[in-house]
Design a protein. Structure first.
Length: 137
């Protein structure tokens, strides 16, 4: 199904623009992929892929642009994330305080989590991913 997606993050300035993509549920997994338009200073848009496993409660978010990030979230648990850039590959731990995904995927997915890097203070973030049928608001 064609969807409109808006993503907001405490960590990214300029977040909140709307992208168009596809959504489907198969074998107990919600899958949403979309392209977010290029922001200020970006030559290309950003491709996102979101997969939510309804049985395990694990949400995986991949972001493809001039770098690639892959992050997994599970409420109340530590998971791992990876960032690949031209400078190399960096890993981080993630602690998810809150994860709410609407049953059919439409509405707001809300994440509150910390990025945990050795020797540094946790980096707090709230991420809200709003998904609507294309043409709806």
């Amino acid at each position: 199904m064609k969807v409109s997606v808006r993503i907001k993050s405490d960590l990214f300035e300029g977040s909140g623009s709307e992208g168009i993509g596809e959504s489907l549920i198969e074998e107990g997994r919600l899958r949403i992929s979309w392209i977010q338009p290029a922001g200020e200073g970006e030559a290309l848009g950003v491709k996102y892929a979101l997969t939510y496993d309804m049985a395990t409660g694990v949400l995986e978010v991949e972001r493809f642009s001039n770098h690639i990030s892959r992050m997994a979230f599970c409420e109340g648990a530590r998971t791992r994330g990876e960032l690949r850039t031209v400078e190399g590959c960096f890993e981080t731990e993630i602690f998810t305080h809150h994860l709410a995904v609407p049953g059919e995927g439409f509405g707001e997915t809300v994440l509150r989590y910390d990025l945990l890097n050795d020797g540094q203070e946790p980096i707090h973030n709230t991420l809200v991913i709003s998904v609507f049928e294309a043409g709806e608001k």
